[in-house]
Design a binder for this molecule. Structure first.
Ligand code: 1HE
Length: 266
């Protein structure tokens, strides 16, 4: 696929199958997939490239027992960054995560173990989060003498509300299990998160790419707009998507009565 083979990746593994489903695997398990700047650079490169390469869906996962321990604290300590340096680090994180959230390709995160700090910020940039029973979520920035810098004030607050986010940061509270689903940190809690993520990715990949593009970019953009502007933008997007060639056959089969009905299986 276009551009994928030329990517220079060291901390992340990337594969694309014959259905156009990409697997992006964080590969620093010995550092609990802590996010150093090189990894963030690789995420930027990957998520600039995948949508343009025609990928239909992405599985975001990690090697080892933990999804991600967040900011590479050892690198951060070693580099003795100035405020300006770290501001630029954060801007790079935002570049990566915005490319994910607004890129128009469904990203399904497979979560396990620690999903903490910047690891939760990364997971929050995916469109769907699937957790296993050992997954736990935290924002330990306060306890480390830090603050979120990878978009948690936007995305985590959006998922769980500001009161819960503030509580997590002040008290070090961790969420896991059904409670994590109930507060909105993940949408699925299953025994086999990878298998579930693949089921979702394969289902999403059946939708026309233009529909998925709208679902995985327009909704996020519209959340940033006034209701009036969002309604206008929605009409424009629907004008383009709902008249696409790829929808015609599906609509024809519905009109003939041969399309699948929208009903629970049992
Ligand atoms: C790391 C990191 C890291 C592990 N940066 N190297 N995030 C945190 O505060 C979470 C910090 N990490 C932990 O609490 C624990 O490591 C875990 C609970 C995730 C895993 O525990 P465990 O017992 O399996 O592993 P470990 O023995 O603690 O760590 C194994 C190695 O990974 C060790 O390196 P080694 O060279 O001594 O073997 C650790 O140093 C390394 N490691 N986590 C660097 N985070 C944009 S702003 C975002 C701000 C934040 O993300 S703050 C939250 C930071």
């Amino acid at each position: 696929m276009r551009g994928i083979d030329s990517l220079d990746l060291k901390n992340i593994l990337l594969q694309v199958d014959d259905q156009g489903i990409a697997t992006v695997t964080l590969n620093r398990p010995e550092k609990r997939n802590a996010l150093d700047l090189a990894t963030i650079d690789e995420l930027v490169d990957i998520f600039v490239t995948l949508p343009r390469a025609g990928v239909r869906a992405v599985i975001l996962q990690a090697k080892g027992d933990h999804f991600s321990a967040g900011l590479d604290l050892v690198e951060h300590h070693r580099e003795e960054r100035s405020a300006a340096d770290f501001m630029h680090v954060c801007l790079r994180w935002h570049e990566a995560f915005n490319k994910m959230e607004y890129g128009g390709v469904p990203i399904i995160a497979v979560l396990k173990g620690a999903v903490v700090g910047g690891g939760l910020e990364l997971a929050s940039a995916a469109h769907i989060r699937v957790a296993s029973h050992d997954t736990y979520f935290g924002l330990p920035e306060g306890q480390r003498g830090l603050f979120t810098g990878g978009g948690a004030t936007i995305r985590v607050a959006d998922l769980i509300g500001k009161a819960r986010m503030i509580d997590m940061m002040l008290s070090g509270r961790l969420y896991r299990g059904q409670e994590a689903v109930d507060v909105g940190l993940c949408q699925y809690l299953v025994d086999d998160a990878e298998a579930k993520a693949w089921d979702i990715a394969r289902a999403a990949a059946q939708n026309p790419p233009l529909s998925n593009f709208a679902i995985c970019s327009a909704i996020s953009h519209m959340q940033n707009m006034s209701a009036l502007d969002a309604a206008y933008a929605e009409a424009v997007v629907a004008g383009v998507v709902n008249t696409q060639e790829a929808a015609k056959e599906r609509l024809a089969s519905f009109a003939k009565g041969t399309a699948a009905k929208v009903k629970p299986a049992d």
